[in-house]
Design a protein around this ligand. Structure first.
Ligand SMILES: Cc1cc2nc3c(=O)[nH]c(=O)nc-3n(C[C@H](O)[C@H](O)[C@H](O)COP(=O)(O)OP(=O)(O)OC[C@H]3O[C@@H](n4cnc5c(N)ncnc54)[C@H](O)[C@@H]3O)c2cc1C
Ligand code: SF4
Ligand code: SF4
Length: 482
């Protein structure tokens, strides 16, 4: 049977070369999984479906049956990974994301490479995002949330979908709407150039949706890609299994009023810093756009805080703060970085070596500053106790970064209610089987990523791959291990 050059090209462009070939037969494009002849095994970052497991899948999957359907809730790295792994098993996947863009928190992160890669995982998210949008078995619903869910033999659901107001087929990403919009935050831009479309309209900030006073972007768009009229839509569907990958929210430092977040521009969160490094490639003081000479990180903001009923450790902040400090040192060797901490969470195989290396050029102070005061020239004064003799120190910094922790996602309670799932004492989704963190009390519903509890990108991807495997066992498209 002839395999045309164009068909092969389309395979490559679709990023599917590793999992499928396309054959043009009687004018129809057929997708045929490549399952033999290579020796792909369990590997890092979530691609846990080995060649052997994919082969087992082919034995359990009858070609006469319509593909089983899976609903993945949340388009962060957990949802992207679960969706992609499920599609590799030839399952039909609907991926529901409530915001305008895929990628969740991690697509906002910068590459933290210094003289060598620091394995922060940011580039993995970009790669997985691209794989998902090019995978024909995954249908993405942006700005969508589940409104109703019923369970009989399958899950029946209704989604409510708000419009992006920008037609992805027409938009060329010229950015004119973003540049010329007179209202702050009304046209928003995705963090990755692979977001399709790259721009969307946020009706909560656009005056058109309040009083109809503006339609400038509609008129300006050279492609006529903008239409401000569509009403929210409803989409109904059925699924055989569900993966909950609805993620987390960062701790809001306004809830630690002694730091005064929101008052001094030079007091920012680690997420603000990630976005700044991603967008500008350097660290600049928000008050004057100058490179800061003295930068402080304050660890455990919102984590391990019993007064706030957040007794748990967020597990990622020590690692991300040190990697970020390394990236700053590399980009601005003259800048002095201090990390204030109570304990360093030793996570990962090479973490202690990395910590030792960081100590060469990062100052670590084991004391959590109590108050932050306004200094001269927009500096911030941190008050802390000296480690040796305990005397109190007041030290000025040009920029202070709050290492905010991972908190349960804002829709956990409503999702738990709709899917009849349990939440743990902190508000994350509880797993039912102590040996399987993807399990829930409901058959056919599985957990992936930080919806279940704090974890970094690599662990999130690994767990999402495991959730996909559990779905495959549950649907009988892959035999359960004995
Ligand atoms: C400041 C900071 C820096 C970090 N830096 C690093 C780092 O350098 N390296 C690293 O490995 N880890 C880092 N992490 C951890 C990393 O952010 C997480 O591991 C990762 O983002 C988890 O992905 P997730 O998909 O579980 O959650 P999320 O990224 O939160 O994605 C969840 C998605 O689900 C969507 N959603 C939520 N509710 C619904 C709903 N009801 N319906 C539909 N969609 C919904 C959300 O809009 C979101 O897009 C950092 C964390 C923080 C806070
Ligand atoms: S002006 Fe039109 S084509 Fe340009 S980015 Fe905006 S919607 Fe897309
Ligand atoms: S209608 Fe006006 S305010 Fe709203 S997004 Fe378009 S240009 Fe911005």
């Amino acid at each position: 049977m002839p395999l045309t050059g164009a068909a092969l090209w389309s395979v490559e462009m679709a990023g599917c070369l590793r999992s499928a070939i396309f054959l043009v037969l009687h004018g129809e494009l057929l997708r045929i999984p490549i399952l033999k002849g290579r020796n792909r095994t369990i590997q890092n970052h979530g691609a846990i479906l080995s060649e052997g497991l994919l082969n087992q899948r082919s034995k359990g999957n009858s070609p006469d049956q319509a593909p089983k359907k899976v609903l993945v809730i949340g388009g962060g790295i957990a949802g992207l990974t679960a969706a992609w792994e499920l599609a590799r098993l030839d399952l039909d996947v609907k991926l529901i994301e409530k915001s305008s863009f895929l990628g969740g928190h991690a697509i906002q992160f910068c590459c933290k490479a210094a003289d060598e890669c620091q394995k922060c995982g940011a580039c993995l998210v970009e790669k997985r995002l691209l794989e998902v949008i090019e995978e024909p078995r995954i249908k993405v619903y942006l700005k969508s949330e589940i409104e109703k869910m019923n369970r009989n033999s399958r899950f029946s659901y209704t989604l409510s979908q708000r419009s992006l107001y920008i037609d992805s087929q027409r938009c060329t990403n010229c950015g004119l709407c973003f540049e010329k919009c007179p209202a702050d935050g009304a046209v928003i831009r995705g963090y990755s150039k692979n977001n399709v479309p790259l721009y969307a309209i946020d009706e909560t900030h656009c005056p058109h949706f309040k009083d109809g006073s503006c339609r400038l972007c509609e008129d300006l768009c050279p492609e006529k890609a903008i239409n401000l009229d569509p009403e929210p839509d409803r989409v109904s569907g059925e699924a055989d299994a569900i993966v909950v990958a609805s993620g987390f929210q960062t701790f809001d430092p306004v809830n630690r009023p002694r730091y005064g977040y929101g008052i001094n521009k030079n007091l920012i969160t680690a997420l603000d810093l990630e976005r700044m490094l991603r967008e500008k490639g350097e660290v600049l003081r928000p008050s004057d756009d100058k490179v800061p000479e003295k930068i402080a990180f304050i660890q455990c903001v919102g984590s391990r805080d019993h007064k706030l009923q957040h007794g748990f450790c967020s597990q990622v902040c020590c690692g991300y703060a040190m990697r970020m400090a390394e990236a700053i040192h590399y980009r601005h060797p003259g800048a002095e970085v201090t990390i204030f901490y109570m304990d360093i969470q030793n996570c990962g195989k090479n973490f202690s070596k990395f910590y030792e290396r960081c100590k060469d050029h990062i100052r670590f102070v084991r004391f959590m500053p109590g108050d932050i005061f306004q200094g001269e020239q927009d500096q911030l004064i941190l008050c802390y106790g000296d480690e040796k003799d305990g005397h109190s120190v007041r030290e000025p910094f040009d920029l202070v970064v709050l290492s905010v922790g991972i908190m349960p996602g804002p829709s956990n309670a409503s999702l738990a209610d709709m899917l009849k799932l349990d939440l743990d004492e902190h508000g994350f989704f509880a797993f039912a089987d102590p040996l399987d963190s993807t399990s829930t009390s409901q058959q056919g519903v599985f957990l992936a990523g930080t919806a279940q509890g704090p974890k970094d990108i690599a662990d999130t991807m690994a767990q999402a791959g495991q959730a996909a495997q559990r779905v495959a066992h549950y649907l009988g498209v892959m035999p359960c291990p004995k």
